[in-house]
Design a protein around this ligand. Structure first.
Ligand code: SF4
Length: 210
């Protein structure tokens, strides 16, 4: 990535650091995605239970494979369970929950749109620690920009990935559908954490996910 762009990113991340302190979120910035798994070695301790929210970022950074291989953890694996709904409920009592986010504003607001809501629910309450891994492309200026990011990019792309026959897969933008197969049922903004540092943002200075 070009040096001028990286400089702008650094300026934004300096602002974000202050916003995270106000929001009582912990913030770690990584230069490259290869730094993520060694960090998780430090953050997820042997014997802890963990689970994940649906996320392309966790997949492309190798986190899902990493969790499967860590035999010293109790990994509540939604992807290899015959009853994912049971895993979703068990995840509320786990030690560490890993997820990404649809967008993060410069005020450190986490904005997410969910279908069944298991991901946003666990981000809000339950797991002792929530690790939110995101690429720099998820950083936006305002909540309005966050909503646009979901409506014009993330939600249509997820519909395509999940092979949903919803209208956004044809138009490339949200059509505010009322289809039974709609994947956008709850839009949630998390602005602050009651428990300081329960939510730990890990921002990687590379584009990841969508
Ligand atoms: S509300 Fe419907 S049209 Fe809009 S992004 Fe979600 S599934 Fe697509």
């Amino acid at each position: 990535m070009e040096v001028p762009v990286l400089k702008v990113y650094d300026q934004k991340l300096d602002q974000l650091k202050k916003a995270c302190e106000m929001a009582r979120f912990e913030l770690t910035v990584l230069e490259r995605k290869e730094e993520l798994l060694p960090l998780l070695d430090q953050l997820i301790l042997p014997g802890q239970s963990c689970s994940v929210g649906g996320s392309m970022t966790l997949q492309t950074t190798g986190v899902l494979d990493y969790l499967e291989k860590r035999k010293d953890l109790c990994y509540l694996d939604r992807y290899h369970s015959e009853d994912p709904q049971a895993i979703f409920r068990q995840a509320f009592s786990c030690d560490v929950y890993l997820t990404s986010t649809n967008a993060l504003t410069m005020k450190a607001e986490l904005y997410n749109v969910d279908g069944s809501g298991n991901r946003v629910a666990a981000m809000i309450f339950g797991p002792k620690k929530v690790l939110v891994v995101l690429g720099i492309n998820k950083l936006v200026s305002t909540l309005e920009e966050a909503e646009d990011r979901v409506r014009f990019l993330a939600a249509p792309a997820n519909n395509v990935r999940l092979k949903k026959e919803n209208p956004c897969t044809l138009t490339g933008k949200c059509m505010d559908c009322r289809m039974a197969s709609r994947i956008c049922c709850s839009a949630v903004t998390i602005s602050q954490s009651i428990i300081k540092n329960r939510i730990h943002l890990i921002v990687i200075k590379e584009p990841l996910g969508y």
